[in-house]
Design a protein around this ligand. Structure first.
Ligand SMILES: O=C[C@H](O)[C@@H](O)CC(=O)C(=O)O
Ligand SMILES: [Zn+2]
Length: 278
């Protein structure tokens, strides 16, 4: 298991970042690697994001030095969202079967967590998001029909999309983690435009279901100092609390968003009018 630690950047410093430096701090180029668990530890709200891609053998989530505990979930909670083939997540001996677009919330205090593919030829890819937690909530499997479904956007602004809120106060309990899935309709490419910030919460995105030769222009930065990064399929971005987060694809795509911070209120956003962006 590999973990890459990313320290937080001040907005003032980011104004001077060139493309490579932006990517080094805010883009995770390899989330899924064959037969591995790869993690990235962000110092924004200490969110850990990563991928588990088991092949023939199961993969166990161990506790790297960065989390400072005997077990990974001793003082953390975990959201798992499946984006590949069928697989299972075994939590303290209890197997949860996940198909593509199913989500598992794993509460603080869980001991052994293992990831397995049903068929190594069509491997499972489990996207992982973990945040510090100070209460134990039940581990629960959330299929897509259990998620809260929203359908925002308009074809005229190329942003018709479906939002599925999985780890959300109306769906399941968590300490600070919220997590869900947004799927752009064919011909729609914009997510989160008009954009917003929420300095109370940081956010991370995993872009996926994007053709290999297509890209998403991900926009970040202070509203009057925007920057962009070109993101390929199955790459993730870390969004600082002070940053807008929005994207336009060269084709439609899906992404998983996750947030952590002072509240779990999805609608608590500071909207930025398109005309005010620079
Ligand atoms: O604070 C919320 C997040 O930025 C995302 O949920 C937005 C999103 O999925 C979308 O607009 O498509
Ligand atoms: Zn947001």
């Amino acid at each position: 298991m590999k973990i890459d630690v990313r320290h937080a950047s001040h907005a003032d410093a980011v104004r001077g970042y060139d493309t490579q430096t932006l990517r080094r701090h805010f883009l995770v180029e390899t989330v899924f690697a064959d037969g591995e668990i790869r993690l990235t530890y962000s110092h924004y709200d200490r969110m850990v994001i990563g991928g588990a891609m088991p092949l023939g053998e199961s993969l166990t989530l161990t506790a790297p030095k960065a989390v400072g505990q005997e077990t990974f979930l001793a003082e953390r909670e975990l959201g798992v969202l499946a984006i590949g083939g069928a697989g299972r997540v075994v939590v303290d001996g209890n197997a949860h079967e996940l198909r593509k677009y199913d989500c598992l919330y794993v509460g603080r205090g869980a001991g052994e967590v293992r990831f397995e593919s049903v068929d190594a030829a069509a491997p499972a890819k489990f996207y992982l998001v973990s945040t510090p937690a100070h209460a134990n909530h039940p581990t629960v499997l959330l299929t897509r029909d259990k998620a809260r479904h929203l359908a925002p956007g308009d074809a005229a602004t190329a942003n018709r999309r479906a939002i599925f809120q999985f780890i959300h106060p109306e769906v399941c309990q968590s300490c600070q983690l919220t997590m869900g899935l947004t799927m752009l309709e064919t011909g729609s490419v914009w997510n989160t435009m008009p954009s917003h910030t929420h300095d109370r919460r940081m956010e991370a995105y995993l872009y996926f279901d994007l053709d290999a030769d297509q890209r998403v222009f991900h926009f970040m930065g202070e509203p009057q100092e925007t920057r962009h990064m070109l993101v390929a399929n199955e790459q993730a971005i870390i969004s600082p609390p002070w940053s807008i987060h929005s994207g336009a694809g060269t084709k439609n795509y899906s992404f998983i968003w996750a947030m952590a911070g002072d509240n779990k209120s999805f609608t608590d956003m500071d909207h930025v009018a398109i005309g005010d962006l620079r």
